[in-house]
Each structure stands twice: as structure tokens, then as C-alpha cells.
Write a new protein. Structure first.
Length: 265
């Protein structure tokens, strides 16, 4: 298999590293197209490095578009003349729909995906939707590649990528905000910063594993921690007064609405 990745920011580089790490592609079979000449030496162990789109793209089985969405108007027309029938194009650009990809690239075998930041450490989840011309073999190839960065989930309806973007695409930032607030509050209460950091991060990690290995729902797990008249109940009383649940819900809905707006722009 031969792969080309156009755009080697955090996510493009994460894909390149994972493909090589898990032996899905050899560095000699991977082409990395980037703009920053200063990163050439850094990326050379992962594949052939190019500073512009050229005919080598035509030999790839899969072309990944990992540039910023606002750069697609410039990059797309440069990619279109080089693409060959049957090549799969996988876009991880937020807000760029399959129909727009097809229009600009004049190409039919398309996949649109939304990965998230934990893909950089092999713990991501990527939801994806496929164009109508993709074969089952090509779909399975894409899913295998996406799985090496964590987990992949196929969506029958492309429109569902907007709530996916709000939930899992933006989701890591929500958790980081909770962690940041908890650590800052621990320090405010007198803990040393390194102690607060360790307590909060291990609590989040342990809570995830408890939830992952439990048959109980998140609500049931909350009740298991919360004893009547205790400390957890005192905290949740304040959360409810401050409408924490409704605020979080409204934020996620706002993110989904913005994702839909970007898809229509």
C-alpha cells in the first residue's frame, strides 16, 4: 500500500507515525507533503518528504487531506489534476463536506472523517462517512488505517459528523478544562501544584477505567460515590445551583451548530 498525506500538522503527523509504527506502510511507501521546510529532517524517518504537490501523488492508494479547512480552496485545485481513478481520498478537514470535496477534486472515491486529539497517542476515536462510490474493500482499508490511531466508527449519515465534531472532536478540550479547574482549585485549597496535578490526573484515569469495566451507567457510578450528607453531595448541590449540566449541554450544542455552519460555508 502507498499513502500520501498532504498537511503534516499534529493530526497528519499522528497518522504518519501510527501507519509506520504498526507496519501498515513502510516509510519508502509514504509521501508527506508539507509547507514548512524546517520540519523536513524531523519527518524524513516517516517517509518521503515533499514541499509541494507533484506527480508522486498519483501512485498512492490513499491520499489523506490533513490541511486546515481554510486552506482547501488553495490546495484542492492543486490536488485535483494529479488524482487517478480508484484512488481513495480521505479528508480530515472539519466542515468540508463530501459534496464539496467531489466538486473541487472532481473525484468520487471519498471519505470524510473526524478524528480527535488523543489519536496522537493511539487513543483517539475517529468517526467517518463514505461517498457512494467507495467499495467495501476500500472502506475496510480506511477503517483498518483509522483503527491504528485508536478506534474507528462508520456513520451512515454524513450529517452526523457535526454532532460528532462537537462531542468527540472538541470533547478533549472539555475534559482538559475540568482538569485545569480541579488542579487550580486544589492549589487554591493549599495543595502543592505537583500533588494537585497527580491527584486530578490519576483520578480521571482511574475513573475512566472504572466506568469502562463497570456494568453501571455514569449516573449509577455517581450515586455510588455520593453518600447522603457527604462531600460529593455538597459539591453536586453547588453544581446544580450553577446549572452545570445545562451549561455543558448548551456548549456542546453550540459546537455542533458551529460545525454545521462551517459545513455549509
Amino acid at each position: 500500500m502507498r499513502i500520501s498525506i498532504i498537511g503534516c500538522g499534529n493530526m497528519g503527523t499522528a497518522f504518519a507515525r501510527s501507519f509506520v509504527k504498526y507496519g501498515l506502510v513502510k516509510p519508502a511507501e509514504q509521501l508527506l507533503v508539507l509547507r514548512d521546510q524546517r520540519r523536513v529532517h524531523e519527518l524524513e524517518p516517516l517517509g518521503q518528504v515533499a514541499l509541494q504537490i507533484d506527480d508522486r501523488l498519483a501512485t498512492s492508494d490513499l491520499v489523506i487531506l490533513a490541511v486546515k479547512p481554510q486552506d482547501f480552496g488553495r490546495v484542492g485545485p492543486m490536488v485535483a489534476p494529479v488524482l487517478q481513478p480508484g484512488q481513495v481520498v480521505l479528508s480530515i478537514m472539519a466542515g468540508i463536506t463530501l459534496s464539496r470535496l467531489a466538486e473541487v477534486l472532481r473525484h468520487g472515491t471519498l471519505v470524510r472523517a473526524m478524528p480527535n486529539a488523543p489519536a496522537q497517542v493511539g487513543m483517539g476515536i475517529t468517526a467517518y462517512a463514505t461517498g457512494s462510490e467507495l467499495t467495501m474493500r476500500q472502506t475496510l482499508m480506511v477503517e483498518q488505517l483509522l483503527n491504528c490511531t485508536g478506534r474507528a466508527m462508520h456513520l451512515a449519515d454524513e450529517a452526523m459528523l457535526d454532532p460528532v465534531t462537537a462531542l468527540s472532536g472538541s470533547g478533549p478540550a472539555y475534559f482538559f478544562e475540568v482538569v485545569r479547574t480541579m488542579i487550580a482549585t486544589g492549589i487554591q485549597l493549599g495543595l502543592e501544584p505537583h500533588v494537585a496535578n497527580a491527584l486530578v490526573k490519576q483520578t480521571m484515569l482511574g475513573s475512566f477505567h472504572l466506568m469502562e469495566h463497570s456494568d453501571r451507567s455514569a449516573g449509577e457510578l455517581i450515586q455510588a460515590v455520593m453518600s447522603k450528607g457527604g462531600t460529593t453531595e455538597a459539591a453536586f448541590h453547588v453544581f446544580r445551583e450553577g446549572r452545570l449540566n445545562q451549561t455543558l449541554e448548551a456548549g456542546i450544542i453550540a459546537a455542533s451548530t458551529r460545525a454545521a455552519e462551517l459545513s455549509r460555508s
